[in-house]
Design a protein around this ligand. Structure first.
Ligand code: PHE
Length: 341
């Protein structure tokens, strides 16, 4: 019997297959209920006592060898099929999601591009400003009633620090460090202590422009704004309504004629056809003096607009909160260039 077992052991050792059926057949042949192992075991009682130890050990060895063989071959098949999965070239690829540009960024880039063509360069400044750059230098001395026009967030621990209420502060910084002629555009976030609603927010975006040179006139300002509205909205009819800003004199608000062709036109222009898009004016001589520019030699104009408002007009988005909620379903609608997808 010991020779028989050795023969089987050799068979087990030699067996090799990558077919699941063959391996299963092998298992049944050796380890199944009516398999070789059980059959040999049934004959164990016939083994003479003096051989029992040797035969018993051999039987056990056979069982272990057959079990190991089955497990080992099965594992090999499993891991091979895993590998096949990993390199299945027919599987569709994982979709790569491309982001889309935020509507505020799209509008900002468009405006910058339009003014770049006529020589404006970019200038940026800090969002945490001091009183001088946000107010005083802009002809808004302490206790000036116009300070109330802009509900300001002050930094509690330092009364001189505040969140800038407009990017006009950047114009002061630029004029302090550069000699005219100057032509700058300053985009950025600004802050005002206002309740958040569909129409207002405590943080929004502005772009302001400034042009200082010899003999800059109000006519230059008007012509530049008309060029701008034609390029951005495709509308060239504008009107300037007298207004007040402490840092410009005279000051005006700019309306663009939107038209009354559609129902939406009626709605957004409240039936007038006109839309207010920005504030502007000739830089007040006091402002020039504050930054060391001689108002007798130089003059200039400035203008400022809110980007959310411009985006609202271009995309007809009626609720300012949508811009800041980062809801993918909203953001995904915009493509990098301009317009909806
Ligand atoms: N700074 C003004 C504002 O925040 C806008 C403005 C800029 C008006 C420049 C006139 C000239 O409302």
């Amino acid at each position: 019997m010991i020779d028989e077992i050795k023969k089987y052991l050799a068979e087990v050792e030699q067996f090799n297959s990558d077919s699941a059926e063959e391996i299963e057949a092998f298992r049944i042949k050796f380890l199944g209920k009516k398999g070789i192992q059980n059959e040999l075991f049934a004959r164990f009682k016939e083994v003479p006592n003096e051989q029992k130890k040797e035969v018993g050990q051999a039987l056990n060895q056979l069982k272990v060898a057959a079990t190991n063989k089955v497990n080992q071959l099965k594992e090999a098949i499993d891991s091979e099929s895993d590998n096949r999965d990993a390199i299945d070239y027919t599987r569709p690829g994982y979709a790569v999601e491309l982001g889309s540009r935020h509507p505020i960024s799209i509008v900002r880039n468009r405006i910058i591009e339009i003014f770049k063509r006529i020589g404006f360069v970019l200038s940026e400044g800090p969002e945490i400003e001091d009183d001088w750059h946000n107010f005083t230098a802009l002809n808004l001395p302490e206790y000036h009633p116009a300070r109330d026009m802009q509900d300001t967030f002050f930094i509690e621990k330092d009364p001189d620090r505040l969140l800038r209420t407009h990017t006009s502060s950047v114009q002061i910084r630029y004029m302090e460090n550069h000699k005219p002629p100057l032509r700058i555009l300053s985009p950025g976030r600004v802050y005002r202590n206002e309740a958040i609603s569909a129409r207002s927010h405590c943080m929004f975006h502005q772009i302001e422009g400034l042009y200082i040179d010899k003999e800059v006139s109000f006519a230059d300002l008007r012509r530049t704004l008309q060029y701008f509205t034609t390029e951005l909205f495709g509308k060239s009819k504008i009107r300037l309504r007298p207004s007040y800003f402490p840092f410009t004199e005279p000051s005006a608000e700019v309306d663009v004629y939107w038209g009354l062709e559609t129902e939406t036109d009626y709605k957004i222009t409240k039936g007038t056809g006109w839309l207010e898009i920005m504030g502007c004016g000739m830089v007040d001589p006091n402002v020039l003096t504050n930054v060391g520019i001689d108002p007798d030699e130089y003059s200039g104009y400035a203008f400022g607009m809110g980007l959310e408002r411009i985006a609202l007009l271009l995309y007809q988005i009626g609720d300012i909160r949508l811009y800041f909620e980062n809801d993918k379903r909203f953001l995904e609608q915009f493509e990098a260039e301009f317009g909806f997808k």
